[in-house]
Design a protein around this ligand. Structure first.
Ligand SMILES: Nc1ncnc2c1ncn2[C@@H]1O[C@H](COP(=O)(O)OP(=O)(O)OP(=O)(O)O)[C@@H](O)[C@H]1O
Length: 847
């Protein structure tokens, strides 16, 4: 221990005590007293030591004096501070007087422990550097080399005030040149462009850790970076935070959260500081070169910051410990990366599994929704089917009731002398009975039979296609046959055909339809045309004796029609009153009893709208059918000339046709070849025309459904093509086609390419339309009648009686001078006021 005594200028001797850090306990006190004595001797012996001291201290003598007075307040250098001597107290007291205080712990500067051992830097007093041992802690006094203490100190100072970027300077300071802290602040102010003396000069200096440098020793403690403020108030946390973020932007993202408050403990400060600052500090302490704060942060530093500064901050063996710590951290990082990769793989598998489950769930949902939709669709169709069947049954029942009402009303009208109905030869009771019988025979399907009906429908449609193909083949064969024959006869009509086995119902089909046939036969009060009268074969000369044959008025497939007259009547009026149809028997080869059937039927028919057969003569090769002569020609020619007719005229013709068919059907006779060529137009004396039905070559007396495919393609009914058996309704279908043609001039079913398959498809599917503009000015009631006639289902198709009751066909009985549309409207109101409107739907509705 060395005791220095110096004499103050005032004459009062003051003893400066320099305490060398030595051993512990009482030894220390003894050493100190012994040291003082020794120093006193040395002072007396060597007065130059004071001069050396004063020279070395370079003007710090005054401080030494004051410090001597304070010596009792704090322990001497090298002593262990107790809790009573907190670092702040010690630091404040020492530093207040310009004595640098540095706390050391385990060989490193420490500012965190209040009870640590403190070593006063005695360099200013030139105390020798020694190692001391206090208590249980190893105190290693690391003396700052003189060279470091005396060399210029490069300091960077940033002014905190003002807008960013803040003013930043670098000063070269010499510790020995700085005498007071105020001098230091003044020098820094001038360097920052501020006045040393005026307001706004630098008042406070902070390290990057937020510690305020309040003395010269604080300033020269090793920090290279300071923040200068002019405020009287301490630097706030936010200001420091923002300033640090500005100075070290690369640390902003790495640091993560906000930097801690400088007012918090130094531990927290250290942990929160950016690694650059930390590294700078460490390196400066260890004497390495100082790294600039703005230097990019290395990955190693980031690891350090990220994983534990504490591990690095306390290496016992310096660099080696740091390297080991870094290796550990690298291992930790690699391990974490492996774990991360493993976790990522697991997450990937989980995501894939979830995605797969989602896809499967979507597929399952879609499948279920499809199944549900199908089930819904099926049930909806079944429900609609049931509703439709129920509605039809209900309608039919209602129809029966209405028909009864109509019958009663008709009877009353009949009683009043309704001549029109009587002329038709229809008893209303008979009509009602027939309708009731038909309804009973046709009868709507019961709900329990729906499934059976469905199966039957399915099978029927399957076989329908085959039969349609076969029938089409037959149509084609027939066309070729007719074409060849017409070519021979130089005739253009090739539309009619007859099959060899016509009207012969297959035995199986007869059995299958037996019940229905019975009911059908029983339901009608038929007046069957009886057997053919046997005719004697006469010579051609006799024919010529009886009749004078004139010019040809028409050609058919099997016959030629000429006008004729009885020879004994020629002398009376000279007119050709008759028409004679000459049938060449040779042409009938293969067609059986067509002639016999036609003659048989026509000979029995007596109706104003049916061409009357007067006499039949037959030679060996020919047959002569003498008929009434219908002078107006056939409807085909009329259509060809007029293109189309007025609605009134067309309605009249349709009505005539329906009356003829009503008559025929009432006798269970199906014409089966209704077409304009077979409808003759009689010119009446009053200028009106009466339509007469001719050509009964395909007519047949029905006793049940027939399956013969015959007719003319344009007019053939769909049930003929399906070959499931048909009846009288085929004539009504043809009536609908003719009505359509009368109103627009062209048929409803037509193939532009003259493809018979296409035509038959259209017929079977009922594909027709009221083409614009040809039908734009046609009344809806006319369209409605056609729609009721061109119905695929024969049971829902208008009968001849219903067609006659339709308002459109009834118009022709009214005054000719009235507007047809107005009349139709009146008739509609009368007609559809009854239940028939519910049955058939609104006027103009689609089929
Ligand atoms: N009674 C008649 N009065 C006036 N013209 C008639 C009469 N009968 C037939 N015709 C005319 O003769 C043409 C052919 O007559 P019809 O149709 O009976 O012969 P077809 O050989 O049986 O014909 P299809 O090939 O249709 O069987 C008719 O289109 C018609 O123009």
């Amino acid at each position: 221990m060395v005791l220095n005594k110096s004499r103050k200028p005032g004459g009062k001797n003051q003893i400066e005590e320099n305490v060398e850090v030595g051993s512990t306990g009482g030894e220390k006190e003894e050493q100190m007293s012994a040291g003082r004595k020794q120093e006193a001797k040395e002072e007396q012996q060597s007065p130059s030591s004071k001069e050396n001291l004063q020279c070395n201290e370079n003007g710090l003598e005054g401080q030494f004096r004051t410090r001597n007075a304070l010596r009792a307040s704090f322990p001497p250098a090298g002593r262990r501070f107790t809790d009573r001597h907190s670092r702040s107290v010690v630091g404040t007291n020492y530093e207040k007087h310009g004595l640098p205080v540095q706390m050391w712990e385990n060989g490193r500067p420490s500012e965190t422990k209040n009870d640590c051992l403190v070593h006063e830097e005695h360099k200013c007093l030139e105390f020798p550097s020694k190692h001391s041992q206090f208590g249980s802690k190893q105190i290693q006094q690391i003396a700052v080399p003189d060279s470091q203490m005396n060399r210029p100190w490069v300091v960077t100072i940033v002014r905190a005030e003002g807008c960013a970027p803040h003013r930043r300077i670098t000063m070269l300071l010499n510790r020995r040149a700085v005498q007071t802290f105020e001098q230091l602040l003044g020098d820094i102010s001038e360097a920052l462009g501020l006045s040393r003396w005026r307001k706004g000069h630098v008042r406070r200096l902070y390290t990057l850790r937020g510690r305020e440098a309040r003395s010269v020793s604080d300033f020269f403690r090793g920090d290279e970076f300071f923040i200068a403020t002019s405020g009287k108030q301490p630097l706030s946390n936010d200001e420091l935070q923002s300033l640090l973020e500005e100075l070290f932007p690369e640390q902003k993202s790495n640091a993560g959260s906000r930097l801690p408050s400088p007012s918090t403990s130094n531990d927290v400060h250290d942990n929160a500081l950016c690694s650059a600052v930390w590294c700078s500090k460490q390196r400066s302490v260890h004497g390495t070169c100082v790294r600039q704060a703005s230097e990019p942060v290395q990955k190693e530093d980031l690891w350090i910051e990220k994983y534990s500064k504490e591990e690095i901050s306390s290496p016992k063996e310096g660099r080696k410990a740091r390297i080991e710590a870094l290796q550990q951290m690298r291992t930790k990082v690699q391990q974490e990366e492996r774990e991360g990769a493993k976790r990522w793989q697991q997450e990937k598998r989980i995501r894939e599994r979830l995605e797969l489950e989602r896809v499967l769930r979507d597929q399952r949902d879609e499948t279920w929704s499809t199944v549900e939709e199908e089930n819904e669709g099926t049930s909806r169709v079944v429900d609609q089917w049931k509703k439709e069947e129920k509605r039809q049954r209900h309608c039919k029942d209602q129809c029966c009731q209405v028909d009864v009402e109509e019958q009663q009303r008709t009877i009353s009208e009949e009683d009043k002398g309704n001549q029109r109905i009587n002329n038709l030869g229809i008893g209303c009771w008979e009509q009602e009975q027939r309708k009731l019988s038909l309804n009973e025979i046709k009868g709507g399907p019961k709900e329990k039979d729906l499934k059976v009906k469905s199966d039957v429908e399915h099978k029927r449609k399957a076989s329908q296609k085959e039969r349609r193909h076969a029938s089409s083949e037959r149509w084609r064969d027939y066309e070729e046959h007719a074409h060849n024959r017409n070519r021979d006869e130089n005739t253009e009509d090739s539309s009619k055909f007859i099959l060899q086995d016509q009207d012969k119902i297959p035995e199986s089909k007869v059995q299958g339809k037996k019940g229905r046939s019975k009911q059908l036969n029983g339901s009608r009060k038929q007046k069957p045309i009886t057997a053919v009268r046997s005719r004697p074969i006469v010579s051609r000369e006799k024919v010529d004796i009886l009749y004078e044959i004139g010019r040809t008025i028409g050609h058919g497939n099997f016959a030629v029609v000429k006008e004729c007259r009885r020879k004994h009547e020629v002398s009376q009026n000279g007119n050709w009153e008759l028409a004679i149809k000459i049938v060449h028997k040779a042409k009938l080869t293969g067609h059986g009893d067509v002639l016999e059937s036609e003659v048989e039927l026509m000979s029995r028919l007596r109706h104003p709208n049916v061409v009357r057969l007067i006499e039949v003569l037959e030679t060996v090769s020919e047959a002569f059918l003498v008929m009434e002569y219908v002078r107006g020609g056939d409807l085909f020619d009329a259509i060809a000339e007029s293109v189309r007719f007025t609605e009134r005229h067309a309605a009249a013709m349709v009505r005539d046709l329906c009356q003829a068919l009503f008559y025929l059907h009432n006798h269970s006779v199906a014409h089966r070849d209704i077409k304009p060529e077979n409808l003759l137009m009689q010119q009446n004396h009053d200028g009106s025309t009466t339509l007469k039905l001719a050509d009964f070559g395909l007519a047949v007396h029905l006793t049940g459904p027939v399956y013969t495919v015959c007719g003319t393609p344009t007019y053939v009914a769909p049930e003929i093509l399906t070959e499931n058996g048909y009846g009288l309704e085929v004539d009504m279908w043809a009536t609908g086609v003719i009505a359509y043609i009368l109103l627009c001039g062209f048929p409803p079913f037509r193939s532009i390419r003259h493809d018979q398959y296409e035509l038959f498809d259209q017929i079977q599917f009922g594909q027709y339309e009221f083409v614009t503009p040809f039908w734009d000015h046609i009344s809806n009631v006319a369209k409605q009648l056609i729609q009721r006639l061109l119905v695929i289902d024969p049971s829902n198709r208008y009968t001849a009686h219903e067609a006659l009751q339709h308002p459109w066909t009834m118009v022709c009985d009214s005054n000719d001078g009235m507007n047809i549309q107005r009349e139709v409207t009146t008739n509609i109101q009368r007609h559809f006021s009854s239940r028939q409107r519910r049955r058939h739907g609104p006027v103009g509705s689609a089929v």
